[in-house]
Design a binder for this molecule. Structure first.
Ligand code: ZN
Length: 531
């Protein structure tokens, strides 16, 4: 008898439109936020629970006005909460505007790989999708009940719609102002709109550079290089390079490269879009804004009479936010593998060799080539042809990563040979935009609370006449060097600076401008570097 009573109580509850609406609103407002506050405290704060009261109340009022309005609201709140929870889970939120910029910068090929790794193959993502579907299913049930009880609805449904909407706006507006601005879905939604609609500093930079170059005269470069080859690596952590002491023979080319200057470097930031501007323009860790007002080393080279090439196996990101495209655009010739060769997805970096013909490398002519590799970016197993793996059947993520390092060394050797054969006086530079932390099951960079490994990069100089590199070799001997002033080292080698301007600073950026931290204070996975 008791059970039966319980059951009928349950089924009665199921038939109660407003009770079900309240449950739906609470589920949508709280499921991810409660989990976040309990388990992901790096990205959630307890006051978000208070914001949840406002969100639940607004959803309830919308549903009271009409269940369809609840569905719209629940979809938006659920989607934004889900994206926030997903980002918090994998990377931590850190600085929300910087996070949103990073997301807006992703597109095309990388997006499909991202989707594959972090959605299709992520249990966590599927749980979040279920969360949104449950929020919608509860709303659909409320709508069904609403329809079923339709005969009892008041004679003026429009009046009710107006009242409900007005109450939702008042409660939502006041609540947002008082407690709910940090609530995940609202903070994410408002920040996204702000990032989209603000005056875009990267587009503004393009105007600044064009205006500057229109009046800039030629520069007098005393250096006699006829070929400058700059290889911009991606996610390469020197801990996994044999040339830097790793056990496996991952860098046969660099190992055998005579007279190179090899430096124990750290990158100024742990993500591409922040790091490359600092490497290639006068911007530094503590003065990132210089990027927005200054041309890069590419424009300097043009003023020195070099024909400049930017050849990339990365994406031409959205011109709206992307900093790297902004620098690439300064070159005379800009080509992207994805646009020229039109592969369905980013191929291994060997494709870069098809982006130019050997005839374009003219002996004796001043030319500078910038190669932007995909290097060791996830998904690691896609970065090298299987038949060119050091470890043919990688058993874990680290072995896949090791294969990417080995393949990059092979690409370096190929580029080196091509330019060696056609150049008379060559300058060759290789570095990475940032490192990567790796474990047997996962790896990454761009974390809001980074590891030291996200900053450990190779930096290698080689020149046909090695004596030109001596001042750099002497100034760097064994020391940790921050690549934040790499542009100055290049300018020095060109004869535009009196000294190489090496930076020994341990200050680096976590993700974006302003978030200055000390490399020595960061946590680490395998070993610590303090000097
Ligand atoms: Zn990168």
């Amino acid at each position: 008898m008791r059970e039966r009573k319980g059951l009928s109580g349950f089924s009665k509850a199921l038939q109660n439109e407003y009770l079900m609406l309240a449950i739906a609103a609470l589920w949508t407002a709280y499921a991810t936020v409660l989990y976040g506050v309990l388990r992901e405290s790096h990205s959630y704060r307890p006051e978000m629970l208070l914001g949840g009261v406002v969100v639940a109340a607004v959803l309830f009022l919308l549903g009271w006005a009409h269940p369809a309005l609840y569905l719209v609201g629940a979809f938006l709140v659920g989607l934004l909460n889900g994206i926030y929870a997903h980002t918090a889970h994998y990377w931590h939120i850190g600085d929300l505007p910087v996070r949103v910029e990073t997301a807006l910068d992703s597109s095309g090929g990388e997006m499909s790989e991202f989707f594959d790794q972090f959605v299709v193959h992520s249990k966590f993502a599927w749980v979040l999708i279920a969360y949104v579907l449950i929020a919608l299913a509860l709303g659909a049930w409320v709508w069904y009940l609403h329809h079923k009880h339709g005969q009892q609805t008041p004679p003026h449904p429009w009046r009710r719609l107006g009242k409900g909407l007005a109450a939702a706006v008042v409660v939502g507006g006041l609540g947002y102002w008082v407690v709910a601005s940090s609530y995940p879905a609202l903070a994410l939604g408002v920040t996204s709109v702000q990032v989209y609609t603000r005056v875009n500093p990267v587009l503004k930079r393009k105007e600044n550079v064009a205006a500057f170059m229109a009046h800039a005269g030629p520069l007098h470069c005393t250096a006699a290089f006829d070929k400058i080859v700059y290889v911009q690596g991606e996610s390469a952590n020197r801990d996994y390079m044999h040339a830097y002491g790793y056990d496996l023979p991952t860098t046969p080319f660099l190992d055998g490269l005579k007279n190179k200057v090899q430096i124990r470097a750290i990158s100024p930031a742990n993500q591409t879009m922040t790091s490359i501007p600092i490497l290639l323009t006068p911007a530094t860790v503590e003065n990132y804004d210089a990027f927005y007002t200054s041309p890069s080393i590419i424009s300097d080279l043009r003023r020195c009479g070099y024909q400049t090439f930017w050849l990339s196996n990365q994406l031409r990101y959205s011109p709206y936010t992307d900093t790297v495209s902004s620098i690439a655009a300064e070159a005379d010739v800009v080509r992207f593998v994805l646009e020229v060769l039109k592969p369905s997805t980013t191929p291994p970096d060997g494709a870069l060799l098809q982006l130019f013909s050997p005839d374009e490398i003219v002996p004796g002519k001043k030319q500078a080539f910038f190669f932007h590799l995909m290097g060791s970016h996830y998904e690691w197993s896609r970065r090298y042809p299987p038949d060119q793996a050091l470890i043919p059947h990688p058993k874990n993520r680290i072995e896949e990563y090791v294969n990417t390092i080995y393949y990059t060394d092979h690409i370096l050797s190929q580029l080196f040979e091509i330019f060696q054969a056609r150049g008379e006086n060559v300058l060759f530079i290789y570095t990475s935009d940032h490192g990567e932390w790796m474990t047997a099951t996962a790896g990454g960079h761009a974390d809001a609370h980074p590891y030291q490994e996200e900053y450990r990069v190779p930096l290698v100089f080689w020149a046909t006449h090695p004596e030109v590199l001596r001042p750099i070799a002497e100034a760097t001997q064994g020391r940790i060097v921050n690549t934040e002033t790499l542009d100055l080292q290049i300018r020095f080698l060109l004869g535009l600076e009196d000294n190489p301007g090496i930076s020994y600073s341990y200050k680096v950026l976590s993700l974006g401008p302003g978030r200055v931290i000390d490399y020595r204070d960061l946590p680490y996975l395998n070993h610590q570097e303090t000097h």
